[in-house]
Design a binder for this molecule. Structure first.
Ligand SMILES: Nc1ncnc2c1ncn2[C@@H]1O[C@H](COP(=O)(O)OP(=O)(O)O)[C@@H](O)[C@H]1O
Ligand SMILES: [Mg+2]
Length: 345
């Protein structure tokens, strides 16, 4: 690559609770865990992202992981700032100037948190920062045109937040979010196995079960899967076999907050908007959108067609980048970071 390449001058960044994704040009150029490895004794940061995961596995007794974002909100300013600086530097290694960054934010983020995020991105190496809500970015990244007079419904389900937005004529009609995501599903599976089957598994195994085996609707395949863990009563390692129907009612109960939130948002829509949505359906994105059967189940619950974006976990970052490339056409959806930021002192 040319040493003075302009690639990297515009970055779309999705700062999620589990992953930070950076998109520029035509692809995701960085995808790393949104965490830092912190020394247990002196509190020094030993590494960020993938490096932090490796360190925490290699030196378990020396350091622990701290995650930068919880429920869509930055949980530690200094860690987030350091992490963003590290990621932005990695992403724009060959650029001559600092990048203009478009970052996605959860719908109901307060202005105080937006201010802190813009500040962290500016200190992290951005020249200019703009913000866009994550369902709007996901719709744009999924190829939906938002400036038509037809309403669009976009839902993003990430690790611990679900964001819902209705957009029309290039502006926001209504947005709402709820603290629910894939991690809540992992926790419920973990608890279910403990309470109903007396077996203790790790959270990582609960997540793997969800990713590899679990469906939200009947697949008709009568699949069974084995779970390995420790018997709660005596700690002995045991293996149990579960069938799809053992977990279906649990999955459908766990996911009720999502359908309730979408129904709640739909109730705010005028009859004209509701008619558009019935016709055009809903776009579903975020990593949890990969859950088999989720789109069918939501569609049955809310009575409108649901389409899952291509690469649902990457569309938010892609949409941020595309919004940045068409920033003049989206004045009602993009928020200028200058509103929050006075400059680096
Ligand atoms: N194939 C899959 N099936 C079910 N859930 C998945 C799958 N792949 C990822 N996930 C879940 O998606 C969530 C992460 O989604 P993501 O959009 O990356 O979140 P965030 O933006 O909050 O970091 C995690 O809870 C993860 O378990
Ligand atoms: Mg995300």
């Amino acid at each position: 690559m040319n040493r003075f390449s302009r690639i990297g001058n515009r970055l779309g960044i999705d700062i999620g609770s589990s992953q930070v994704r950076i998109y520029t040009g035509e692809k995701i150029i960085l995808e790393e865990a949104s965490c830092a490895a912190v020394d247990n004794v002196n509190g020094m940061v030993l590494g960020y992202g993938t490096d932090a995961l490796v360190r925490s596995h290699s030196y378990r007794e020396r350091c622990h992981l701290e995650w930068a974002v919880h429920n869509g909100v930055m949980s530690d300013y200094n860690i987030t700032k350091g992490m963003l600086r590290y990621f932005i530097n990695k992403a724009v290694r060959h650029a001559v100037s600092r990048p203009h960054v478009m970052a996605s934010v959860s719908c109901e983020l307060s202005s105080v948190v937006r201010h802190a995020l813009v500040d962290a991105l500016m200190h992290g190496g951005a020249q200019k920062v703009s913000l866009i809500s994550s369902p709007a970015a996901a719709a744009i990244g999924g190829g939906v045109v938002l400036d038509l007079p037809e309403a669009v419904l976009s839902v993003v389900i990430g690790r611990d937040v679900t964001d819902v937005g209705i957009y029309c004529c290039g502006g926001k009609v209504y947005e709402k979010s709820v603290a629910f995501g894939g991690h809540n599903i992992d926790e419920e599976i973990y608890r279910f196995l403990q309470e109903d089957y007396n077996i203790l598994v790790g959270m990582e195994q609960a997540e793997r079960l969800k990713r590899e085996w679990i469906s939200v609707v009947h697949t008709g395949e009568n699949r069974t899967f084995t779970v390995r863990g420790r018997r709660m009563s005596d700690g002995v390692e045991i293996i149990i076999e579960l069938a799809e129907h053992h977990l279906l009612p649990l999955m459908q109960r766990i996911l009720l907050p999502v359908s309730r939130l979408i129904k709640n948002v739909l109730q705010k829509a005028t009859p004209e908007i509701a008619e558009d949505l019935m016709k055009n359906g809903m776009v579903l994105s975020g990593g949890t959108a990969r859950l088999p059967g989720l789109s069918d189940w939501i569609s049955a619950q809310i009575g409108i067609p649901v389409f899952v974006s291509d690469k649902p976990d990457c569309v938010v970052a892609k949409g941020c980048y595309l919004a940045l490339s068409h920033i003049r056409e989206l004045p009602l959806l993009v928020e200028a970071g200058e509103k929050y930021y006075g400059g680096i002192s």
